[in-house]
Design a protein around this ligand. Structure first.
Ligand code: MN
Ligand code: ZN
Length: 504
């Protein structure tokens, strides 16, 4: 990953192959980058300024004499000052850093003094801006290229991102913000790698191995439950999904437990880890089935949160325990697969009539949620899952569905998502779903009518949440896979930032 460094001491100390500067519509160089102009005296008279309109998404490369300390500036348009958003800033940085890579630039500076002009419009302070810039740069460069035989000939990432500061010393808050962004980026990139990996590689056992390696590196507790342990735990719903597959199921348990917090209520994060969803006997149509390698994006996001925790300096880590549960299995139509009509007993004791084997996510989550509450009173229980096509239809690719009956918890999650570029939208849990999921022969069916499908799934999960547990469910069925200047086409890592924000 690109190295993040600081250049303090003001413009005379700044040196980079390229610098980024931000321009609102109608601005000239004197307004846009007066600090940068002191380091790059050629900037004000660069002929290419004629092309700079400041339109949203615009990038103009300005060149000065090659021998200068700052010989190149990327002017990034942010559009109208009164309409700019943090998303625009992230996308501008992502596009610019990609352009720098194409141009073969090895060090990229960002002038925080000029960037601060953006701060009031975005209601962010300088440290928060630094965090977003660093994160956007790291995410913009992400690509999943491990299977390309010619990947050595792809343009190399810039080696260094330099935060250019006016201050004599690097302020603590800016340094900490940059470190946090690096940890977040590591978590997001891990989540993307896991979800982008094909199902023949990212099996439940491979996922468990990735978690084990992370736990060792980060000083966390690791446990994994295989088929025998799942049987012993009476996870009948999880096992019903797993039994059609040749690949063995794994329930991955990661625990971050700072010393002296053994008796504190943990934050419990549960992520759906279907490493491939064929639909099972209720098999899916061929079109789009390849995307089902990403049906473990929820589990990947939870592991991404732990990656970020592992990267944070000890004094920056949360002071309460965090438990991650990642039920991982394929959903396959093998000879031993669950049949539509099968009745299984979940770990909680509830009986479920499986009327559609493609509604498998809620089955594995049901047992994971129950397990996560056993013997503990979670301070917070959040599950994240690519759960329903219905949610994707309702909200599109830019938002997750948030289901939560606790208004203050819902508000916290909505706010975190909005701040951090992972927007979610609240959807209801209604008792009417009880009728929709009524079974003649069991306590409930696992799948109801198409209309309101995301709501029924949420209601189903709620049946496995014990009274008094503060719980939220994030349906990321479309938000987990997208494309933008900070997201190479494919897995997005959606949820890592939001969930990480909730652990403190
Ligand atoms: Mn499914
Ligand atoms: Zn699924």
């Amino acid at each position: 990953m690109m190295d993040i460094r600081f250049q303090n001491g003001g413009p005379s100390a700044w040196k980079a192959e390229a610098a980024l500067t931000f321009v609102f519509e109608g601005e000239g160089p004197d307004q846009a980058c007066h600090a940068l102009e002191q380091a790059a005296p050629w900037l004000g008279i660069a002929p290419a300024w004629r092309d700079v309109k400041g339109k949203k998404g615009e990038i103009v490369t300005l060149y000065g004499p090659p021998a200068m300390d700052l010989p190149r500036v990327q002017a990034l348009g942010l559009g109208r000052r009164d309409a700019v958003t943090t998303v625009d800033l992230r996308h501008a940085v992502g596009s610019a850093i990609r352009l720098c890579r194409e141009q073969g630039v090895s060090s990229v500076g960002v002038d925080l003094a000029s960037l601060e002009r953006v701060a009031p419009a975005l209601k962010l302070d300088r440290a928060a801006l630094a965090r977003e810039v660093v994160l956007a740069a790291l995410l913009g460069l992400y690509r999943y290229d491990r299977w390309l035989s010619d990947r050595d000939s792809l343009p190399a990432d810039p080696g260094r991102l330099l935060l250019l500061l006016d201050d004599a010393f690097v302020p603590d808050d800016v340094r900490e913000a940059a470190r946090l962004a690096e940890a977040e980026a590591a978590g997001l990139c891990l989540a993307r790698d896991l979800a982008n990996s094909p199902a023949n590689v990212m099996t439940p056992s491979a996922f468990a191995e990735a978690a084990r390696e992370l736990a060792e590196r980060g000083g966390m507790k690791f446990r994994v439950l295989g088929p025998a342990e799942l049987e012993a735990e009476r996870m009948g719903a999880f096992l019903a999904v797993a039994r059609g597959a040749r690949q063995e199921a794994r329930m991955v348990v990661l625990e971050y437990a700072p010393q002296g917090t053994e008796h504190e209520r943990p934050v419990v994060l549960v992520g759906k880890g279907i490493t491939f969803d064929s639909g099972g006997i209720s098999i899916k149509p061929s079109a789009g089935m390849a995307d089902m390698k990403g049906d473990m994006s929820g589990a990947a996001a939870v592991l991404g949160v732990f990656e970020a925790l592992a990267r944070l300096a000890p004094h920056r880590r949360p002071s309460r325990p965090v438990l991650g549960l990642m039920p991982c299995t394929e959903n396959m139509p093998g000879g031993n697969a669950a049949h539509p009509g099968d009745i299984v007993i979940a770990r909680s004791g509830a009986s479920i009539e499986i009327v559609n084997t493609d509604a498998e996510g809620r089955l594995i989550l049901a047992d994971a949620l129950d397990y996560g509450q056993e013997g503990r009173e979670p301070a917070l229980l959040v599950d994240i899952a690519t759960l329903t096509g219905a949610c994707a239809v309702a909200l599109g690719k830019d938002a997750a569905g948030l289901f939560c009956e606790d208004d203050s918890l819902a508000a916290a999650l909505l706010d975190a998502g909005k701040r951090l570029g992972e927007r979610s939208w609240r959807l209801p849990i209604w008792e009417t779903s009880k009728e929709a999921l009524k079974s003649n022969v069991a306590d409930m069916v696992n799948s109801g009518p198409r209309e309101g499908g995301a709501l029924h799934a949420a209601w189903f999960l709620r049946q496995f949440v014990r009274p008094g547990t503060p719980w939220a469910h994030l349906d990321i069925a479309a938000a987990d896979n997208t494309e933008s200047p900070i997201n190479a086409k494919g897995a997005s890592g959606f949820g890592v930032r939001t969930l990480l924000d909730m652990v403190w």
